[in-house]
Ligand binder design. Sequence first.
Ligand code: GRF
Length: 234
Amino acid sequence: MRSRIAILASGGGSNLQSILEHLERLGDVRCGDVALVASDRMNAGALDRAARRHVPTVVLATDKAPDRTPLADALETHAIDLVVLAGYLRLVPPDVIRKYAGRVINIHPALLPAFGGPGMYGQRVHRAVIESGARVSGVTAHFVDEVYDRGRIIAQWPVPVFPSDDAGTLAARVLRVEHLVYPRVVDAVAGGRMTLSNSATAGSEMLVDTRPSFTLLPHEDSRLAENIELALGC
Ligand code: GRF
């Protein structure tokens, strides 16, 4: 049975779009369907993108009671199995984290655990990366717990930082990679190919990755060396 996915987005929703398109391309072998798009902002572009594809949408009211939030209600109404944050700026309330332990994921536009945490979103992340002098940034898909950007890492992919970059050019390069990585992670988690082991202590769970493993063959190794030489120009 396919997972029913809720996407939570505060912004334009380009990640939402890439997930919708990827699942559509997978067709019958996809492991989930986007059954709800929720936003804390009524003018979020993500809501328009969802409506154009006839995906149900909801604008979330501000949380009043910490033990029963509008988000928890919406997830229950739509019988959601997996919660996918895609540019969602609010902290996921504790009632949802408790009920959906190991079933909430996020994409972060840098290589966690660096450049994450409270206040690290949007262009601020990319500005911090550039100011640090790092030559590599990237994307991180991770499980979500009650602390910003702390949950167990599912997948990462590097993106080079060039000397000519500003926050805008770096953000655009990273976003292109988000659109490739995140939909694939969403389908893998929806299909149970990547899960979290149970643990009583938040943050100490391990990633259980049941995809077939592979070994780099010697000829691939030399190709990797060639690619590194090309990329670094040395
Ligand atoms: C992405 O960079 C994502 O990593 C971050 O917020 C941005 C959302 O972009 N969490 P979009 O709304 O999906 O276009």
